[in-house]
Design a protein around this ligand. Structure first.
Ligand code: CP
Length: 310
């Protein structure tokens, strides 16, 4: 375990492109060990949380993870700092880098994270941007592995918008050796560059595919996953998107076409009756609450890998 505790020492995680397949597997292994109670590393450092968007899971799981590591957390909500007054992010980064040991940042523009990393001189973790949600994908793959073990024949199907969650899921599955199918309406495909990056990581070992056919996408799949049809900041588009996304709803009809043991995943928060039915969320195949819990274990492993144990 000792080698795992500082495997990403001093590094930032702005996307899953920042780590290798071996490092990703090691991170998942460490998360599983911490979840099982194997070892209780201490990390007496200070984590700053700068969130430009609302958050329940990411904010709380980072906070609890740091407390369990005996570290401290400072909530740098823009409303209680000079960020909301318009102080340039670069100035904030240069100052905060002299106070705290690591930052988790939720923002719109991926470029904000790069700027913060470059100017602060401390590790930065992407707590969600418009392009990626890497911490979510760590928990997602951990949950799939908990359900099916280290099998090499697994397929995860994502249904819905080709958004930040889909992007990180494609990269995470490719790193973990899991096939991934992304089923989206026309015009909502994932970013072409991210798709190509995921396919390059997967190589000949697994497949990363995009389709407009939800039925073909779920056929025989081992995990069905969805996210909201209109992400934060897109709420005004929700009504017009509803009929477009309806065929991609994660429901019992699609679940019946998946593998007999298929599990149901959602990153939350969910709109029951929209992207997922209440039955699928609450049914026996749902692993959604384990998936949410795994945010804690995945991020705790990430923090200790980057900061090292004291
Ligand atoms: N899945 C997720 O990131 O949840 P929060 O927005 O509540 O952090």
């Amino acid at each position: 375990m000792d080698g795992l505790l500082s495997a990403l020492k001093g590094r930032s995680l702005l996307s899953l492109l920042d780590i290798s397949a071996e490092e990703f597997q090691a991170l998942l292994g460490l998360a599983s060990m911490l979840k099982a109670g194997t070892g209780s590393p201490r990390c007496i450092k200070v984590l700053g949380l700068l969130f430009q968007k609302a958050s329940t899971r990411t904010r709380v799981s980072f906070t609890v993870a740091m407390y369990q590591l005996e570290g401290q957390v400072i909530d740098l909500n823009p409303n209680v700092t000079q960020v909301s007054r318009g102080e340039p992010l670069g100035d904030t980064a240069r100052v905060l880098g002299r106070y705290v040991d690591i930052m988790a940042i939720r923002t719109f523009d991926q470029g904000d994270l790069e700027q913060f990393r470059d100017l602060s001189g401390i590790p930065v973790i992407n707590a969600l941007s418009d392009l990626y949600h890497p911490c979510q994908a760590i928990a997602d793959v951990l949950t799939v592995r908990e359900s099916f073990g280290d099998r090499s024949d697994l397929t995860l199907t994502y249904l819905g918008d080709g958004n930040n969650v889909a992007h990180s899921l494609m990269l995470g599955c490719a790193l973990a050796g899991i096939n991934v199918r992304v089923a989206v309406p026309e015009g909502y495909e994932p970013d072409k560059t991210v798709l190509e990056q995921a396919q390059a990581i997967a190589g000949d070992a697994t497949e990363v595919t995009v389709t407009h056919d939800p039925v073909a996408a779920v056929s025989g799949a081992h995990a069905l996953y969805t996210d909201v049809w209109a992400s934060m900041g897109q709420e005004d588009l929700a009504d017009e998107r509803e009929p477009i996304f309806q065929p991609y709803q994660l429901n019992d009809e699609l679940l019946a076409k998946a593998d007999a043991e298929a599990i149901v995943l959602h990153c939350l928060p969910a709109y029951r009756g929209k992207e997922i039915t209440n039955e699928a969320m609450e049914g026996g195949r749902s692993r959604i609450w384990d998936q949410a819990e795994n945010r804690l274990h995945g991020q705790k492993a990430l923090l200790v890998s980057i900061l090292g144990a004291d």
